[in-house]
Structures are given as C-alpha cells and as structure tokens.
Design a protein around this ligand. Structure first.
Ligand SMILES: Nc1nc2c(ncn2[C@@H]2O[C@H](COP(=O)(O)OP(=O)(O)OP(=O)(O)O)[C@@H](O)[C@H]2O)c(=O)[nH]1
Ligand SMILES: [Mg+2]
Length: 300
C-alpha cells in the first residue's frame, strides 16, 4: 500500500471552534474546549489514520488581544506554527466579521501554503445572505483555495475538509503508529481535562489564571481486584482571593470540578479513577517566565 500523509495547521481567532474541530476530526476528545476565549495554550497534535492516509492536525492557541506574558507566548506559538504550515485551515466564526486576528495570521502564511477558510458555526446563522457577504469579505483578504462553511457542533461539512486536504497529501511514510491519536503525554491530557472543567465552572478572570499540574499518578488494585488510577492534581490560581472561589462554599466548587473531571478521565483512560485536587496560589504566574516554563506553556 502506498501511504500518504498530510500535516494540517488549524488556526484562527480565539473561540472560533478550532479545538472542537480537532476533536471532531479525530473522533476523540483530546483538546480542551470551552465558551471562554483562550482555552488552548499550546500546540496540540491530533492524528487520524484512515487506510493509506494519515492526517496530522495541529491545533493552535487562538489569537486574542491579551497582554499577559502567557498570552504573548500563545500568540507566538500560533504565529510560528502557522508560518511553518503547508496546509492551513483558517477557522472563523461565520457570525462574526473578519478582523485583526485573521489578518495577523494571514500575514504569517507562507507563499506556498494551501489555505482553506473554514467558516464554522453555520448552525447559528439564520440569514444565509449574511454568509455570502462574509465569504466575500474574507475573499478580499486572501485568495483562499476553498471556502468551507461547516458546523462542527452538528458534524456538518467535516468530510469536505478532509476531501479538500486530500488534494495536498504527499506520498510518504506515516509518521505515527495507526492507533496513536495525539502527541500529548498522558499527564498533559489529564491536566487539560481538569482545567477544562475549571474553565467551564468558573467565571470572570479566574479561569484564565488557572493552571493544573499532575503531582502524582499511580495505578493500584482494589481489594476486589479492580484496577484504580490514583491521580493527585494541583489547581493553581493567581490570587489568594481566587483560591476561595475555586474551592467554593464548603468545597462545593472544587468537588464539582473534580467530579466532572473524574468522569471524563474514566471515560478517556478506561479505568476507574480516584482523583484528588488541591488548590494553590501562584501569585501572578501568567507574567512570570519561570512559571510559564514550568507549566510547559512557553513558545519555542
Ligand atoms: N454553535 C456552535 N458552537 C460551536 C461550534 N463549534 C464550536 N462551538 C463552540 O464554540 C466555543 C469555542 O470552541 P473551542 O473549540 O474551544 O474554540 P477554539 O477556537 O479552540 O478557542 P481557543 O482555544 O480559545 O482559541 C465552544 O463553546 C464550542 O462548543 C459550532 O459549529 N456551532
Ligand atoms: Mg482551542
């Protein structure tokens, strides 16, 4: 069998639905998703192998006007990844006008890159006329090879994305084993599942200042002979006053986050999980280079 591969960069403004798209294409939830912008902080590789084809999708942090050092690293990660991409999906929310975020990314595209505009969230669109206008506005910005209106939420149009990408697949060996779906280490996936639940449940500025670290991980057997994974995680927040909110009244918030995370961890890793979460303060860490590095969030 002649094997082929395609490396595809997924870029766009924060909240456009990039990580949702990655998860939908892979068919497994490997990247955190939330309503809040700036959910994704690093490059995340998702792999889909279908017969002779291997797609390697690279999800990137969304472009967003934020000032912290962490945000600068995230923007740099996105720009650098895009500047290396030969096949790029520029994902945009079709209900919003093209803006600086898209333009900033476009400025980084290689001349040789094949770029597809993925206009996501068409399920939200009542007036189809508006879609034509949006397509025309975007077409003025860049000569996209194709414009693909999709709804990731409704799994609508995703095949068109794969078909578009197929044109530019190159003959060569598969870079990853067939059953591999991501390059993220287990601990990172675990921390991201917990962070996603914190993002979903917390409001205002707090979610953005959350980082999660897995402190210990151990598999054991219960007395009944059942395998159990003990996970101990620390949820870092930026201020003492935030700590109380993350823990909640009588620990209610922390319990909720932990419970939701445990269920998803059990589903993903297919093992019973005993999750213990602690909350610690790392004052203003998003502006501390050393802390950003320790959390593995620096750009190259
Ligand atoms: N209505 C609708 N919502 C969607 C669709 N795709 C994604 N969303 C929602 O949009 C929000 C953002 O999704 P994400 O996948 O986290 O977006 P992202 O582009 O990765 O965001 P960042 O990581 O912050 O850059 C979530 O609430 C998703 O459920 C869609 O097709 N339709
Ligand atoms: Mg994302």
């Amino acid at each position: 069998m002649t094997t082929k591969n395609a490396f595809v960069t997924i870029a766009g403004r924060a909240n456009a639905g990039k990580s949702s798209l990655l998860n939908a294409l892979i068919g497994e939830k490997i990247a955190a998703v939330s309503k809040k912008p700036q959910t994704t902080r690093t490059r995340i590789t998702g792999i889909l192998t279908k017969n002779e084809m291997q797609y390697v999708f690279i999800d990137t942090p969304g472009i967003y006007q934020a000032k912290s050092r962490l945000a600068q690293h995230m923007t740099k990660t996105a720009s650098e990844t895009v500047s290396e991409g030969e096949i790029i999906l520029l994902v945009a929310d079709c209900t919003r006008k093209a803006g600086e975020a898209e333009q900033a990314l476009i400025a980084n595209f290689r001349k040789s890159a094949h770029v597809f505009l993925v206009l996501n969230k068409i399920d939200l669109l009542r007036d189809k006329e508006k879609l034509m206008q949006t397509i025309s506005d975007y077409s003025g910005l860049y000569p996209f090879e194709e414009v693909l209106p999709v709804s990731v939420l409704q799994n609508d149009g995703l095949n068109l994305i794969l078909q578009a990408v197929d044109h530019y697949a190159v003959t060569g060996p598969h870079y990853f084993p067939e059953d591999k779906i991501t390059d993220q280490p287990e601990r990172v996936i675990m921390a991201e599942i917990i962070r996603e639940k914190a993002l979903t449940n917390l409001n205002d500025e707090i979610p953005h200042g959350i980082a999660v670290s897995i402190e210990s991980l151990q598999e054991r057997e219960s007395r009944a002979g059942e395998a159990i994974l003990d996970i101990s995680a620390v949820i870092f927040c930026e201020r003492e006053s935030h700590k109380g909110i993350v823990i909640g009244k009588n620990g209610a918030m922390l319990k909720k986050i932990g419970e939701q995370a445990r269920l998803e961890l059990e589903q993903f890793f297919q093992i019973k999980v005993n999750l213990k979460c602690w909350v610690k303060v790392k004052e203003g860490w998003r502006d501390l280079e050393s802390a950003i590095r320790n959390f593995g969030l620096t750009s190259k």
